[in-house]
Design a protein around this ligand. Structure first.
Ligand code: ADP
Length: 203
């Protein structure tokens, strides 16, 4: 018996995304929110997750709280670190997608370049870019975390929308302006887009 006779290809390959999707009874997809601070990304992400969960669909939200305090806690806000922040988020998202899980990311991700990098890592066919287009004036009026006031006082530099640019996405899958739409309307539009892609058809 040669050494090769001991290799059983069927047993030594990892189960595939398709196997996991089969187990979960769903198709995975990346829902990638982009928009200014306070535009509504996290609020909509949380409401979307609840609606999908109610329908028996397994999701994972990635946001500033669980990423910046954990896997990316060694990163700051330099240009280099912002790219690395998104690169790691995209790699982690890919692991969830490959596990069959509907993955929802809520990060400002202000540049076309970093969003493209994320889409390339995750796979364009999996990537739904959702632009939360709430105007700066409205985000600043809400000033949920008091960050705009601090940025205007010069206490935070390179703050997106105030002292750092935001590239408007060229062709998002969906645009949601929360100064015009209610939270429920935002979620309903998302469900219309996402449900046909993630619900498994009965065979
Ligand atoms: P981001 O994650 O983009 O920084 P947040 O979700 O933390 O934004 O904050 C958005 C704020 O806007 C919340 O206080 C939320 O209650 C408020 N808001 C008002 N209308 C809407 C809406 N239609 N959709 C989402 N958020 C809304």
């Amino acid at each position: 018996m040669t050494k090769n006779d001991n290799i059983y290809p069927i047993f030594d390959s990892m189960l595939s995304r398709r196997d996991k999707e089969e187990l979960l009874g769903q198709h995975s997809v990346m829902v990638w929110f982009t928009g200014l601070s306070g535009s509504g990304k996290s609020t909509i992400a949380i409401a979307l997750e609840r609606e999908l969960h109610k329908r028996g669909l397994l999701c994972r939200i990635l946001d500033g709280d669980n990423i910046r305090s954990g896997i990316n806690r060694n990163l700051g806000f330099s240009a280099e670190d912002r790219v690395e922040n998104i690169r790691r988020i995209a790699e982690v998202s890919k692991l969830f997608i490959d596990t069959g899980i509907i993955t929802i990311a809520a990060f400002i991700s202000p540049g076309n370049d970093i969003r493209q990098m994320a889409a390339d890592i995750i796979g364009r066919e999996n990537f739904l870019e959702i632009y939360v287009s709430t105007p700066l004036e409205e985000c600043e009026r809400r000033d949920v975390k008091g960050l705009y006031a601090r940025a205007r006082r010069g206490e935070i530099k390179d703050f997106t929308g105030v002292s750092a640019p935001f590239d408007v996405p060229a062709s998002p899958a969906l645009t949601l302006d929360t100064s015009v739409l209610t939270l429920e309307e935002c979620v309903n539009r998302l469900l219309e887009l996402v449900l046909p892609k993630i619900q498994k058809r009965e065979i």
